[in-house]
Write a protein of this length. Structure first.
Length: 243
């Protein structure tokens, strides 16, 4: 079986690799690949199954990459070349965008003549089928995980909230860091948009938590935390056990 997890950028790209290895037993084949249509991609294996985790390079790029995955299923000459599970992981970064995002995915399914058994809803698998180049029916499933589920915000916000729920001590550090970031640049010379503010809050907390290790990259910070032990993260990604 072949599965794909399609995500936005570097944070979720690294976190998902780590989580799938630690929580669900996938193994990294330790091979750097340039896999079309992803900006970055990594393949994991478990038994005879393959899982490709790929970054689209931003939320706006996800629909285009998703459409290419659907086209791959549609033109494949045999069923083994198709992808059986497609998971889309993205942020709920602006109010009112979830319905628009889901509609953009549904529009692609309709335009590509994909049959499906209901409506696409956040966190629920949708069973689909399409006819391939040999007039064979190719069945596959789609799952969208728009994070965080409860509020507007980026994945970094969700991760900080997950830490706060597990530790009152860390929550105080996170709250103090958030207040600092909100007030440190009143003229918005550097933190020019909300996305930058969100990432700054994330980096401030981890610069304190991991200062001894002297991590230089966000990827190293993410790998240094046992995310699979956090209850909120487990709940959010529980459907990934089904691929």
């Amino acid at each position: 079986m072949k599965s794909v997890i399609l995500c936005e950028g570097s944070t979720d790209y690294v976190l998902l690799q780590y989580f799938m290895r630690k929580a669900y037993g996938w193994e990294d084949i330790k091979k750097h690949e340039q896999i079309v249509p992803f900006k970055m991609a990594r393949t994991l294996i478990k038994n005879n199954d393959k899982l490709t985790i790929g970054s689209a390079g931003g939320c706006s790029q996800i629909p285009g990459v998703f459409e290419k995955l659907i086209e791959r299923n549609k033109i494949s000459s045999d069923n083994p070349a198709s992808v059986q599970n497609i998971v889309i992981v993205t942020d709920r970064d602006e109010a009112g965008t979830e319905a628009e995002f889901l509609k953009s995915i549904m529009d692609i399914l309709q335009n590509r003549e994909v049959s499906y058994d209901g409506e696409l809803n956040n966190g629920i698998w949708l069973t689909c089928s399409v006819e391939n180049g040999r007039q064979q029916e190719v069945c596959f499933k789609i799952l969208t995980l728009i994070i965080p589920f409860e509020e507007t915000g980026a994945l970094e916000t969700f991760l900080l909230n997950s830490v706060s729920k597990e530790s009152d001590y860390d929550k105080k550090i996170i709250d103090a860091g958030n207040e600092f970031v909100e007030n440190v640049d009143p003229e918005k010379r550097y933190l020019t948009c909300r996305r930058y503010i969100t990432k700054a809050k994330f980096d401030v907390y981890f610069s304190i938590r991991t200062s001894v290790a002297q991590f230089n990259q966000r990827q190293d910070i993410l790998k240094g935390v046992d995310w699979e032990k956090y209850l909120a993260v487990q709940e959010c990604f529980k459907e990934l056990a089904n691929i």
